[in-house]
Design a protein around this ligand. Sequence first.
Ligand SMILES: [Fe+2]
Ligand SMILES: [Fe+2]
Length: 168
Amino acid sequence: MEKKRIEDNAYDLIREHASDILAHPTFRNLVRNKQHHNSNTYAHLLHVCVLAIKFARAWRWKVDAKVLVRSALLHDYYLYEWHDKPNRKKRHARRHGVYAADNAERDFGTGPEERKAIVNHMWPISPFHPPKTKEGWLVLFADKAASFRELFGILSAEDHYKKTPVKK
Ligand SMILES: [Fe+2]
Ligand SMILES: [Fe+2]
């Protein structure tokens, strides 16, 4: 798809490119998984997606909007409770991008561009895997910013429920 500057509202773009994800029961169930202090994985994924779009628009970067929206929404789609030690997979911090990309391909048929952005979002914790695309850098920056805000309670999960683009 053509790369171009983003002009649209973040929630319009999410509806346009990710209605299938937002409607999927496994994705919606992520509301039960704790992410950071005061936040669940569902809220975190929406938070990151909205911020990634806002950064792209503010910086006037030319991007593939569909790849950006879908990789941001699925970057933590690893599908287990990471606070729960017996249940979490090995080397969670470094490897969860790979688990998320595998699940995203299985459930939503995401392609190689989404995979690159999802797998590399944990740099520099995974030091040999920095982002390789603009979409990847946007997901990474948005994830760091969103995680910081959630950790310190600057934006609560409640804010995201109110803004959820599809009706529950
Ligand atoms: Fe992550
Ligand atoms: Fe994240």
